[in-house]
Design a protein around this ligand. Structure first.
Ligand code: RM4
Ligand code: MN
Ligand code: MN
Length: 430
């Protein structure tokens, strides 16, 4: 299947290459007027990597139902193959984020070989202490009333043991980070002590932290509600930072765009965490109401741009030298082909990042220095409103990727082929 994708990449270059060249020249002239060196921007774009979550390769569901697509991956090797296909097109997706136990390999060594054979790296690895099924013989070890925050030590020990095991597995696969998203919280006022739950969470995670290799990070991922609807033990960036600080320097905060109350200023949250040297990574998605997990940039592209602008400024100011934030997609697609959705999310993030790279930093600094809000706004809008797609395409073309990944994916008949070879069995995960 990779060969069919490669063919389509070449077809596009032959057919659309000249038009692309002229678009690029036009854009380069526009950027030059803004003092932006297009070659530097292309070089930066070429180094961006946006990890693909294993759980987004299959159709997601809601609590009302799930309408799976045929041809979804139903084992780990097929998931890795799908990520390799996405990366063949985008040249920015060479990393998979696994979720354990959904992706628990029977044979970790074989998985390591499979990853290497496909040229895919193991990105941050996720523990799952939010689904444990029934524990009829051991109810005190169930996550029903929480995992690391549970008042019962059996559940906490089980969650800690699971996370330590995920670190061990991730280590054998070449990962460098554990992402901890907790569903712990309460549905009823008074159900637990907020302070007690926080103490237990920190104590439990400290045991996981102690098992962390020296070159690893532990990411704490906050979320204000769902599945708990009265309180969450790690509800916001303040709690996340507090937990990370209590654990130690290798603990950092992960910002999932969908994990905020409506209208939260996420770009400012990113800036605060950068300021504290604690931005671990970002889960990109988009939302209108809650943790909607929609295609990145599909609803609030300006917010996506502003977040990317914070990342660009932070990098320029040397604040990401100690830790480069892991950029990932965390989405769930109910009505789109999952791979197409990932291609679209990746494209949206790359476009937003490229726009952020084309903000004129001296004009912005001057506007800020003169307390000139109109000029500051205009400087950002100038970049946001320009069409930087030639820049994104050129960075990808130079690495052998597609001018138009989605069109190449369709023209290559990738999904038709997986429907034929895999049938209609469902993927695991969300
Ligand atoms: C959660 C959270 C986590 C992800 C799971 C699947 O809402 O966003 O990052 O691991 O979903
Ligand atoms: Mn997430
Ligand atoms: Mn989420």
């Amino acid at each position: 299947m990779i060969a069919a994708l490669t063919d389509q990449i070449e077809v596009q270059i032959r057919r659309d290459g000249a038009a692309h060249e002229s678009d690029l020249e036009h854009m380069a002239r526009q950027l030059a007027r803004r003092g932006i060196d297009v070659e530097a921007a292309i070089a930066r774009m070429a180094n961006l990597r946006i990890a693909v979550p294993s759980w987004a390769l299959g159709t997601g569901g809601t609590r009302f139902g799930r309408f799976s697509e045929a041809g979804e991956p139903h084992d780990l090797e097929q998931k890795v193959a799908d990520v390799a296909a996405i990366d063949r097109l985008t040249r920015a997706s060479g990393e998979i984020s696994l979720h354990i136990p959904w992706d628990q390999p029977d044979d970790p060594a074989a998985l390591r070989e499979c990853l290497a054979a496909h040229g895919i790296a193991c990105g941050p690895i996720n523990s799952n202490t939010f689904q444990d099924g029934e524990r009829p013989n051991d109810p005190r070890a169930s996550y029903r009333h929480g995992s690391v925050s549970n008042v019962w030590g059996e559940a906490r020990a089980r969650a800690v043991g699971h996370m330590v095991g995920v670190v061990e597995l991730g280590r054998s696969l070449g990962s460098k980070a554990l992402t901890v998203w907790l569903s712990d919280g309460t549905n009823h006022p008074g159900q637990h002590s907020f302070r007690g739950a926080l103490d237990r969470t920190i104590d439990s995670l400290a045991q996981v932290y102690a098992a962390l290799p020296a070159d690893w990070s532990l990411y704490t991922e906050h979320k204000p509600f769902e599945p708990a609807f009265y309180s969450s033990v790690n509800p916001d960036w303040g709690a996340s930072l507090l937990i990370a600080r209590a654990l130690g320097p290798q603990a950092r905060c992960l910002v999932d765009l969908g994990h905020h109350l409506p209208n939260a200023n996420i770009e400012q949250i990113v800036a605060m965490l950068v300021h504290q040297g604690r931005l671990g990574g970002v889960h990109f998605n988009d939302s209108k109401y809650g943790d909607d997990d929609l295609t990145a940039g599909s609803i609030q592209p300006f917010q996506l741009f502003l977040i990317c602008h914070e990342l660009v400024e932070a990098e320029r100011d040397g604040l990401l030298a100690a830790h480069v934030p892991d950029l990932m997609i965390d989405a769930s697609h109910n009505v789109k082909d999952p791979m197409e959705d990932i291609l679209q999310s990746t494209e949206a993030i790359l476009i937003a990042y490229a726009q952020a790279l084309t903000v004129d930093p001296s004009a912005l600094a001057a506007a800020r220095g003169q307390n000139d809000p109109a000029l500051a706004q205009d400087t950002l809008q100038d970049a946001f409103r320009s069409d930087v797609r030639p820049l994104v395409r050129e960075a990808r073309r130079r690495k052998g990727g597609a001018l138009n990944p989605l069109a190449a994916f369709r023209a290559a008949g990738y999904r038709q082929e997986t429907v034929r070879s895999r049938g209609s069995r469902k993927a695991t995960g969300l």
